[in-house]
Design a protein around this ligand. Structure first.
Ligand code: GAL
Length: 317
């Protein structure tokens, strides 16, 4: 039994195995939390032909379920690599990162989005898959460059009114783009905007509090950590105002050696937000660690501080 969060330490599932859900996101559905992420439990190598990028071949997207956010049951791969088709977006030689799942209230389908790429990161697309159940199997529908824009690090944000938005690093990571999805969440609409123009932000994680929208992002330094930045807006489409680094304390300038991936509220509790970061280990990506920290507010100021150990009772203080 896990009884508290231990950011940066090995996090074991209910079988006692280290959780493989990197670059992940959380879906809360029907009383259960689902954690989707990259399974990186494969051999690490340096792809010299692709500009010396550390990588693990694509295995697939993992899903874990939990009632308490601490103890996670492995639900297996919900989208697996396609080993026999080198042309497939899901071939092991490709890139499959930052999966996020939302449920469409109209169709009842679970829609999975992920960054799909070639090993040299030139393909730059968003892959879309759908399922009737959160734990899959997900049917891969294909990939797109939303409205013709290149897309690398990405996330999806579902608003209270049912509208959903893709946020993605575009224009060779120079500028972030936000596009509203259609009612089925399967296609982009023509409602789109740019943010952080020429500011090279990636790893976007979006959340809402008291009617305001917030975004944490990182700079572009590959697997190496850098300083996070928080921005605020009155609408997901912006305009976004930069507030600065939300992290405080020792190693706040390098996001506690980690990079943002997702922020989510604890179900049934007001103003309880958990920020998820990845502490990448580029030489041994499978051993990259999860850094989950409480998001606290000092008035309107967002603060994320380090804890060696914590539980959600922290929000009751
Ligand atoms: C990071 C990105 C990760 C991964 C990595 C590869 O910038 O946030 O998701 O793509 O680069 O080097």
């Amino acid at each position: 039994m896990n009884v508290s969060f231990h950011p940066g330490e090995i996090w074991r599932d209910t079988d006692g195995k280290p959780i493989q859900a990197h670059g992940g996101g959380i879906l809360y559905d029907n009383g259960l939390y689902y954690w989707f992420g990259e399974n990186k439990d494969g051999e690490n190598y340096l792809d010299e032909s692709k500009g010396f990028l550390h990588r693990v071949d694509v295995i697939g997207i993992s899903c874990y379920s939990s009632t308490d956010l601490l103890n996670w049951k492995n639900e297996g791969l919900v989208l697996s690599a396609e080993k026999n088709n080198p042309q497939s977006d899901l071939h092991p030689s490709k890139v499959l990162e930052r999966p996020k799942v939302i449920r469409n209230p109209k169709t009842g389908k679970y829609v999975l989005f992920a960054h799909v790429d070639t090993a040299d990161y030139q393909y730059a697309r968003i892959g879309v898959a759908v399922s009737d159940a959160p734990t899959g199997p997900y049917q891969y529908l294909g990939s797109l460059q939303p409205n013709g824009h290149d897309s690398r690090d990405m996330t999806v944000f579902q608003d209270d009114d049912g509208a959903a938005y893709l946020f993605f690093s575009s224009e060779w990571n120079k500028t972030l783009r936000i596009i509203k999805l259609d009612d089925e969440y399967l296609q982009p609409t023509n409602i789109e905007t740019t943010a952080f123009v020429n500011q090279s932000r990636e790893a976007p994680a979006v959340f809402k509090r008291n009617g305001k929208y917030f975004m944490i992002s990182s700079g572009c330094t590959g697997w190496d950590p850098n300083q996070a930045e928080l921005a605020v807006a009155d609408s997901p489409l912006g305009p976004w105002t930069v507030l600065g680094n939300p992290c405080i304390g020792t190693d706040a300038d390098i996001t506690f050696y980690a990079q943002s991936t997702f922020v989510f509220p604890v179900a049934g509790k007001k103003n309880t937000l958990i920020a998820m970061f990845d502490r990448w280990k580029k030489d041994n990506l499978r051993d990259s660690r999860y850094v989950w920290l409480p998001v606290t507010f000092d008035g309107d100021q967002v603060k994320i501080g380090w804890y060696d150990e914590w539980t959600v009772t922290i929000f009751e203080r």
